[in-house]
Design a protein around this ligand. Structure first.
Ligand code: GAP
Length: 513
């Protein structure tokens, strides 16, 4: 199946099976805002649990907080968001559509890369088994020409972005003959800066009301609480503070479903360290976070690091963990070495000392920070895209199945009485009443067993149990495994032992060790 089709199918599957709905759906939705349905919220909670427990349970020196969304407006001045949290935007005069200038150029760079890949694929087909891909990449004049164009464009673009030279960004768009995908024309406006923070007012609208912002990242809530936590928790450096919460950005180009939203959720951890140790800790957290992703079993080849060439003024190292989505490798998580920029800024703007007294060195300093920052929704999307599969069965039917890691699946066990009579529903309910304290169970008695299996496959339920007349006699049931569709007769008393460990977050965490 073409990757574009996979993505479309994932989006409609999410809606059809209660994972993700457009927000305000009966009013035709609200741009780039989404609601999670009955299955989506369970799955999202499992992802959050996996992250939270891997941070807070697995590290003695990491604790969590839950800070407010509304924060003192000066915080955003200190952090640089008021002055510099901007995207360069450009309008097409004919379609009246607005774009991010940097995204248009990055897409153009990607086009050169796609051309190279197409060229290589064509050659592979032409030469068959005798094809030496590496040699072809090194010697083909066409490949060399496209790579040279890509590199030249990349260099020019990086320079323009580093200098935030808006005229140059526009000139690149003109020189590359980039057209608006809607109107097909090159009738572009100037490039302008656009601040991404949402504003609102706190207090009455008369005197005294102040402009406040919906937080664009959860990290600042951690920075401004750093000393509270350090003192009350008697934390010693190195230590971390983790937080999961909503963030808001008025994204200009909000598309690709829940990949780029205006209201989204982040899982962030700031790790406070001694100055000078940051590059070692940066490497440690890169490894730790990549292991967390790969532990889900989606294949190492679907992840890569993308080290930043253009560093934010406060960072001395930064990388993204990218996942292969149906629309290419995309950032899911950022890992940043933020120096002592944020804490120093808050010290300056608040006028309060937030230095750490290091008892071992017998001196005070402003800690450096390594940040790991992952979007819950992007993580959700990557899990969905990878797990969605259409399988051709021997009987000619197609089965749609979500091969979710069992610990992430919204429902762990479906219990199905073969018929709605003869005491089978009661027996099925008995099983649920026993197991529901351990994991999420669902009762399902409607339609044929085959249809019920399909319904559970479509939401990724790893285990189904069928209760039949024999169950009343010998307390056995048929358990059916989602991925293999194999069935086994087992004793009801053995169900907990078969399922519990496999569906628990603990099982995932143990594999991390
Ligand atoms: N505190 C650092 C920070 O916020 P970021 O790279 O801007 O860094 C971190 O964001 C992560 O948050 C991203 O890797 C992504 O997963 C998620 N994220 C950012 N903007 C998003 C959006 N508009 N919609 C969904 N997720 C987003």
């Amino acid at each position: 199946m073409a990757q574009e089709d996979v993505f479309k199918k994932v989006v409609s599957h999410c809606k059809e099976y209660g994972f993700v709905f457009p927000s305000s759906d009966i009013y035709d939705g609200l741009g780039a805002v989404y609601d999670y349905g009955q299955n989506g919220v369970e799955m999202k909670n499992n992802i959050k649990q996996y992250w939270w427990q891997s941070m807070v349970l697995m590290h003695e020196n990491i604790v969590g907080i839950d800070s407010a969304i509304f924060m003192h407006p000066t915080i955003w001045k200190a952090s640089g968001h008021v002055d510099a949290f901007n995207d360069p935007l450009i309008d097409n005069r004919d379609s009246k559509k607005r774009y991010r200038a940097d995204v248009l150029i990055e897409e153009q760079i990607a086009k050169y890369e796609e051309k190279v890949e197409k060229e290589v694929a064509k050659a592979r087909k032409r030469f068959g088994d005798a094809f030496d891909e590496q040699k072809y990449r090194e010697t083909s004049p066409k490949v060399a020409e496209d790579l040279a164009k890509r590199d030249a464009l990349h260099e020019r673009y990086s320079k323009a972005m580093n200098a935030m030279d808006l005229d140059e960004l526009r000139q690149i768009i003109l020189d590359e003959e980039i057209v608006c995908p809607i109107s097909g024309t090159r009738n572009w406006t100037e490039v302008r800066q656009f601040n991404l923070m949402f504003k609102t007012e706190m207090g009455s609208t008369a005197d005294g009301a102040s402009t406040i912002y919906l937080r664009p990242e959860t990290a600042q809530g951690i920075f401004v609480n750093y000393l509270n936590v350090q003192k009350t928790g008697r934390m010693k450096i190195p230590f971390g503070i983790a937080q999961i919460g909503k963030a808001f950005r008025n994204e200009i180009v909000a598309r690709q479903f829940i990949f780029r939203m205006r209201e989204f959720e982040q899982m962030e951890m700031q790790f406070f360290i001694k100055p000078g140790t940051e590059l070692d800790w940066f490497q440690t957290w890169k490894k730790t976070r990549m292991a967390w992703h790969q532990n889900l079993g989606f294949g190492a080849e679907n992840y890569r690091f993308h080290d930043h060439e253009k560093l934010a003024h406060y960072a001395n190292a930064a990388t993204d963990i990218e996942f292969k989505m149906p629309f290419g490798f995309k950032e899911v998580e950022g890992i940043h070495s933020r120096t002592n920029f944020d804490l120093s800024q808050h010290e300056k703007y608040s006028g309060k000392s937030i230095k750490y007294f290091d008892p071992e060195l017998n001196e005070s300093y402003t800690p450096y920070v390594i940040e790991t920052s992952i979007g819950v929704d992007r993580m959700f999307l990557s899990v969905m895209c990878h797990s969605y599969q259409e399988e051709q069965l021997e009987n000619g039917e197609t089965r749609v199945v979500l091969k979710l890691p069992a610990a992430i699946a919204p429902v762990k066990l479906a219990v199905m009485p073969l018929t709605k009579k003869d005491g089978l529903p009661e027996k099925a309910r008995e099983i649920i009443d026993e197991l529901k304290f351990h994991f999420n169970c669902q009762y399902d008695e409607k339609d044929s067993i085959g249809k019920r299996y399909r319904r559970q496959d479509a939401i990724g339920t790893p285990y189904c149990v069928t209760v039949d007349h024999q169950s009343l006699e010998d307390n056995t049931v048929t358990i059916r495994f989602r991925d293999t569709m194999e069935q086994e007769r087992v004793n009801i008393s053995g169900l907990l032992g078969i399922i519990e460990d496999k569906v628990s977050i603990t099982s995932l965490l143990k594999k991390l060790k």
